[in-house]
Ligand binder design. Structure first.
Ligand SMILES: CC(=O)N[C@H]1[C@@H](OP(=O)(O)O)O[C@H](CO)[C@@H](O)[C@@H]1O
Length: 539
């Protein structure tokens, strides 16, 4: 095995001078320099699986929101969660080893540090999105996996959440926690059936147009639709931007990132006032909803809105089922959540809100501590997870009357409809439809639950983003010295002001967020803080 590892690594030499970081979600950068990292990632994945005595680990080749010429890789733990932080550090170190001998030495060091039996089986599931570089990068991962003697299951093209689903299914097969059949068909059957049950014969108003960002979500959605109840009985879905023949059209003038960042519908959109739309990102792990109101003004219903909608619905069902005393719901957000959303959850829904650093892995871990944890990033990444005790309570509870029985059965169907391994745009979109159908709400009614504070997100290019260090779930800077005080002064000058700056974990930049009572104040605050960041970054 040692020679094979050295050979595989030498086949994909590391570019000189580049430093790779396992960031907010995996490694991401220009696709043309990723080969060496991917081979090393294959080795780390094999080690991780062996450290868990042959449990399946996932490797997904994707970079959800960057341009098509970028790419990246995410590693998936046995239950479909993101890679553990400890292993992110190991991956980073491995990714930055220069040559075959160094890599082999580090491989053996990890094995001895974690007492890994190198003869234990290593099992790894791989898949990719539709970026042109995916095939080549997958080859690099395979070289690493093969050299390490891993058993590999290649699912070809999948959405990121489908890959997470497969990993969870494979590791729970035949146990009491069996999550589903580890095949694409199994995925469609599970979520299709749950959608039908959860609707309980109710129908969402109007149709739903789904923009697939010209990414892998397009063909997968088309397939999923075949497993949904017929449109005459349930939901009519229009699929748009599902061209995967031209990988370079990925995310171009469409997709969740375009819609959220530009606060407008894709220019190709043909929908009229009131029509409900949503956009997926390139690997279908996030979704945002939107519509044009009667005055033809674009209205966004982002991850914060999905979280509040779903939390309020699940709260109602838990209450109606008679379980309010034994099951508590909480919402997990990041600092990018709109202040109005946080206030709505705390004061109107009377639920607890936790704030974590950016990245679904952080939200997921915080949500795991709750009975029902609803977690979403403002940009639409997120899901709901139910603790083992909560699942048990809901499974065993004997309803006392037909009302309780009805709510209980809705809750059970929602558990099946929600991808519990990771945020899943397809499953989330169906969940939103179920909630709107039950509430008999239009998007306008959903929107009118609260009013967002005007906000602005800016990106500042600096020479070294690593000097920007934060605390308090990234809401305050501890370095560079004195910068936070300057930001505080600017924030205090505007009404309902809030602003923070943090280094991006996916791009070479510092992100600045600001919100305030009016659009002008929010814009002004963002600009001033960005200027402060720029100065601090260049001194
Ligand atoms: C403000 C923002 O949208 N940040 C995004 C972005 O992370 P950054 O670390 O901010 O680059 O990419 C992440 C991965 O897709 C996503 O989880 C996160 O929400």
């Amino acid at each position: 095995m040692s020679k094979a590892i050295v050979d595989a690594v030498q086949k994909h030499p590391a570019p000189e001078g580049l430093k790779y970081i396992y960031g907010t979600a995996g490694f991401r950068t220009k696709a043309d320099v990723l080969d060496s990292v991917l081979t090393r990632v294959g080795l780390v994945a094999a080690l991780r699986s062996r450290s868990l005595k042959g449990k399946w680990i996932g490797v997904m080749i994707t970079a959800s929101h960057n341009p098509p010429e970028d790419n990246g890789v995410k590693l998936v733990e046995p239950l479909g969660n993101m890679l553990q932080e400890e292993w992110e550090v190991l991956s980073t170190d491995m990714a930055n080893k220069a040559n075959g001998d160094e890599v082999l030495q580090y491989y053996n060091e990890i094995a001895s540090k974690y007492k890994i039996d190198l003869d234990a089986p290593a099992r790894v599931v791989v898949a990719r999105d539709t970026r042109a570089s995916g095939a080549r990068l997958l080859g690099c991962v395979q070289d690493g996996l093969k050299a390490a003697g891993a058993e590999v299951k290649d699912y070809g093209f999948l959405t990121t959440p489908q890959l997470h689903y497969m990993v969870r299914c494979l590791n729970t097969e035949g146990t009491k926690d069996a999550y589903g059949t580890p095949s694409e068909k199994g995925y469609y059957e599970k979520f299709g059936a749950a959608f039908k049950t959860a609707l309980k014969g109710k129908r969402p108003q109007g149709s739903l147009t789904i923009d697939c960002a010209n990414g892998v979500g397009g063909p997968k959605l088309v397939e999923l639709i075949k497993y949904l109840p017929p449109k005459e009985e349930a939901l009519e879905i229009h699929v748009v931007n599902d061209n995967v023949i031209k990988p370079e059209s990925l995310n171009v003038d469409c997709g969740a990132d375009f819609v959220k960042t530009n606060q407008r519908a894709p220019p190709s959109s043909k929908t009229g006032p009131g029509d409900r739309c949503c956009s997926l990102d390139g690997d279908a792990d996030r979704v945002v909803f939107y519509f044009k109101d009667q005055a033809n003004v674009f209205r966004l219903l982002d991850g914060d809105r999905i979280a509040t909608l779903v939390a309020s619905f699940l709260g109602d069902q838990v209450r109606l089922a008679g379980l309010a005393d034994s099951i508590k719901i909480g919402v997990v957000q990041t600092a990018y959540a709109n202040g109005a959303a946080t206030q709505y959850v705390e004061q109107h829904l009377k639920l607890k809100v936790d704030c974590t650093p950016t990245g679904v892995k952080h939200l997921h871990h915080a949500a795991e501590k709750l009975d029902i944890g609803v977690y979403f990033e403002a940009n639409g990444h997120g899901t709901v997870i139910f603790s083992a005790d909560t699942l048990d309570t809901i499974a065993k509870y004997e309803p006392k009357n037909p009302g309780q029985a009805e709510a209980l059965s809705v809750l059970r169907a929602c558990i099946d409809l929600i991808n519990q391994s990771v945020g899943d745009a397809l499953s989330d979109a169906l969940l939103v439809e179920v909630v709107l159908a039950h509430k008999s709400w239009t998007t306008q009614e959903w929107l009118s639950t609260y009013t967002d504070l005007p906000n602005r997100l800016l990106k500042v290019l600096v020479s070294d983003r690593t000097i920007f260090k934060t605390t308090d779930a990234e809401r305050r800077l501890t370095s560079p010295e004195g910068l936070q005080k300057q930001i505080d002064v600017e924030v205090s000058k505007v009404r309902q002001g809030r602003s923070f700056a943090r280094a991006s974990g996916t791009e070479d930049a510092v992100r600045v967020y600001a919100e305030a009572a009016t659009k002008a104040e929010a814009e002004d605050l963002a600009r001033k803080v960005a200027e402060l960041v720029k100065q601090a970054g260049s001194s």
